[in-house]
Design a protein around this ligand. Sequence first.
Ligand SMILES: [Zn+2]
Length: 394
Amino acid sequence: MKVSKISAPKIYLGDDNVLRNHVITYNDEGRILTIEPLESHDLSSVRMLDGYITPGFINTHCHLELSHMKSVADTGTGLIDFLLQVVSKREVNQDYVEQCIDEQDKYMWNAGIMGVGDISNKSDTAKTKSESKIQYYTFVEMFDLWNTSFTENTIKQYVEVLKAFNLKSGDKINLVPHAPYSVTPKLMRYISENTSIEDVISIHNQETPHENAFFVDGNGAFPHFYHQLNLSLQDFIPTGKPSINFALDNFRKNARFLFIHNTMSLASDVQFAINNLSEKPFWATCPNANLYIENTLPNYRELLDAGATMTIGTDSLTSNWQLSIAEEIKTILKYCSYLSFDEVIVWACKNGAEALGFDKELGMIELGKMPGLVHWQFNENEETIHASSVKRII
Ligand SMILES: [Zn+2]
């Protein structure tokens, strides 16, 4: 079996460790064989790169099935108008849908992504995922739009979607709720009872100020959203508490939650989740999508200080310009320069892999693992992350 050797001035291992002047050797499967100091190698046999080497990335939040909807929704409208645009423009030719799914799966691979947590409302992505080099965790996402008369049919519909996926080795799948503002307690409890302690429960969380307003006193723009869809809210009763409490109050305490967006989450929300769950929750940020839809970003400092374990997602091409975790990292560091590359790369690698349970092989450059390797190259005289080009090595 062929063995390759590679080195760069800085090698980020995926957790908070960084090595200088080291050589990684790997076989042609991409499995890491050794990580050793430069001086123990004959330099003529080592491929010397400039810049950084990092592990491949984990994208913890994507909707691959919406890949045909690039540029369909306007930027900066806020979540409610965004959702109404998506609902009204979702249907198109099936061949085109599948072609876009395939293209974006390959795009993500070339952009250095090794694992993806992917929301599916349909089974359109099943074929691409079964043949992909990427490891997928499919979240079959359910919503009954706060109408208990829809709950039974919703369950039937999504159990069929779940059955339509033939998983390749290592891939995972389970049911998840969409968001507190779109799921009845009855459906939330069904999902709680029909998933196990091993399953990751992804849920969109506190993406807009209207979500908390809806739960606290029934105000904000969600009543208008339901009115626009000609749906009654007769089953909805405000709880007087933030939306995250609704999800946790109707779910098993031993669930492994992955909270998505958290744009409006406060320290008290993070602490409430940590204190009320026996398993550590993970928090996915999708900064480009937050800028696309709401023109805002989460307060990362507040989330981190409250103990949040962060991961990074791209969301879908409906609300992003590309599906690239490197671009999400660049955005975070551009708008929140109080954070460092050393800090954020951990979100994209080790934390993401742990959040999806893919950490046996992915997320860390470690002996015996196959994390993929990514090269961050900088333009001469311009050593900034924003100007770097990012390429997959293996
Ligand atoms: Zn999403």
